[in-house]
Design a protein around this ligand. Structure first.
Ligand code: SF4
Ligand code: SF4
Length: 474
């Protein structure tokens, strides 16, 4: 089967229950944002710009669990911010397990290996040595880390940890192959870390998925190569959604990067071009999302937005009308359902009911429409059934060629900072003081691996100044 039977049955029975009860609007997936703090500053991320990223602004654990109970969505996607920074993430996942939810932990992947080492420390017995040896052989843990896992005792043994489960997916943010991904997350080395985390997760038996946002600059062939590579790692599924010019991201783009959002985000027409092959990909790879939504993305039909089915809960309450757009926050899910004028949103028959919805085709607005039978066409139920219960696409065979195509960035000296580094290391740039800026490290809450965006921006500004000086001198 394409997806685990227990999961498919759980979701299908939730829909049937509400259809029988004729519930007009109900939740399918809760987007739970326990915090908005993040260790990255990705281009296009509205979250870290729209909300406070202060660690003090967090949703308490009980409130997170209460939100899941309140809307009763069978699936909970824990996002943010970076959810692995949430101090009670293990307890949150454990609590959602107890409630019987399907859990997606949407992460940028940077702290995943740390969390899996915590798991190994808690459960290690000599019988696990072969797994540890494999992790060592594939350089996914160091000798020192392996020793710490073997010798763990006390609190490390009793700590609540994130265990592999058929009800939980790591959902790793991957926006392209190495060069593109690191460019979008504005930091080199992140793609490599994501892949290491995915490999480690697969060895340890975690279900592992990826989520990809497609931008104007995303190359379609690269997406296919990315899916092939991820398939060769036996990743269990992929969410793919178009990035469009929603308010917060648009403002950030113009203000911080001085770029016109039109250069970066997709219009409806462009989305349809980018997603022309989505149905083909659906056959080749385990793409999450109904075939009806895939037809919509490919421009073969229209759907009406059902954003109420994927509500977002965060530090300010229930966010309306949708994950991307904010017109208000409510104290309760039912209160939000009752008060929001849903008929004012979405695109119907090609006409945007709200100008901000014009280019939106995102999965959190339209994927549930495919599952819930909105804009039903004859044969849709059968299509959805055949897709979910059909056989899982076979993994693509791993190959050196695929690996080479995947590592097309900093690993081969083609990182997006490479040009800056080269110039800064040149004697003339050094004279202009660029080198000292580049060398300054670690004053933000990032690890030692690289520069943060502020530093990068400073470096590029210096670089620009250095170039102008060179031109004048010539
Ligand atoms: S990883 Fe990137 S997209 Fe995700 S919350 Fe952090 S900055 Fe935003
Ligand atoms: S179409 Fe729906 S999901 Fe998209 S921006 Fe509008 S309300 Fe939000």
């Amino acid at each position: 089967m394409r997806f685990p039977l227990a999961l498919t049955v759980k979701i299908a029975s939730h829909i049937v229950k509400h259809k029988i009860a004729r519930t007009p609007k109900f939740a399918m997936v809760l987007q739970l944002e326990p915090l908005h703090t993040c260790n990255l500053t990705c281009t296009g991320c509205g979250r870290i710009r729209e909300y406070s990223t202060n660690l003090k602004d967090m949703v308490p654990l009980e409130q997170c669990l209460g939100a899941a109970t309140e809307c009763d969505a069978p699936m909970v996607s824990i996002c943010g911010g970076e959810p692995l920074i949430y101090p009670k993430i293990e307890e949150l996942i454990a609590g959602l397990h107890e409630q019987g939810r399907v859990i997606y932990v949407c992460t940028n992947g940077v702290f995943m290996r740390k969390k899996m080492r915590d798991y190994l420390s808690a459960v290690y017995t000599p019988a696990m040595e072969p797994k540890l040896q494999r992790l060592l052989k594939e350089q996914l843990i160091t000798e020192k880390e392996a020793e710490a896992i073997r010798k763990a005792e006390g609190a490390a043994k009793t700590k609540v940890v994130i265990r592999p489960s058929k009800w939980m997916y790591w959902n790793v943010h991957v926006d392209g192959l190495e060069y593109t991904h690191d460019l979008i997350v504005e930091r080199e080395g992140v793609f490599k870390e994501c892949i290491a985390a995915i490999k480690m997760a697969k060895i340890l038996g975690y279900q592992t998925a990826t989520n990809t946002t497609v931008y104007k600059e995303t190359d379609v062939q690269e997406l296919e190569d990315m899916f092939k590579y991820l398939s060769s790692l036996e990743v269990d599924g992929h969410t793919i959604s178009p990035g469009y010019d929603y308010d917060a991201a648009k403002k950030d783009m113009a203000k911080r990067l001085g770029r016109d959002p039109k250069e970066f985000f997709l219009t409806r027409e462009m989305t349809r071009q980018k997603f022309a092959k989505i149905q083909e990909w659906g056959k080749m790879f385990t793409i999450f999302g109904t075939p009806v939504y895939q037809e919509f993305l490919a421009g073969k039909r229209e759907l009406t937005c059902t954003a109420w089915a994927i509500p977002t809960y965060n530090v300010r309450g229930w966010k309306a009308p949708c994950y991307l757009m904010t017109d208000g926050h409510y104290g309760g899910y039912q209160e939000m359902l009752g008060n929001v004028k849903w008929e004012n949103y979405g695109v119907v028959d090609g006409k945007a009911r709200d100008p901000r919805c014009e280019n939106c085709m995102v999965h959190c607005g339209y994927d549930p429409s495919g599952a819930l039978g909105t804009n039903y066409q004859a044969g849709d139920n059968w299509k959805n059934f055949a897709y979910n219960f059909g056989s899982k696409p076979k993994p693509v065979a791993a190959s050196v060629e695929l690996e080479k195509r995947a590592y097309n960035g900093t690993t081969i000296g083609k990182g997006h900072l490479a040009e800056a580094k080269a110039a800064i290391n040149s004697p003339r740039a050094a004279m202009n003081g660029a080198q000292s800026v580049f060398q300054r490290k670690g004053h933000h809450d990032h690890d030692e691996a690289g520069l943060d965006t502020t530093q990068r921006d400073e470096v590029l500004a210096k670089l620009d100044a250095a170039k102008k000086t060179e031109v004048k001198a010539e």
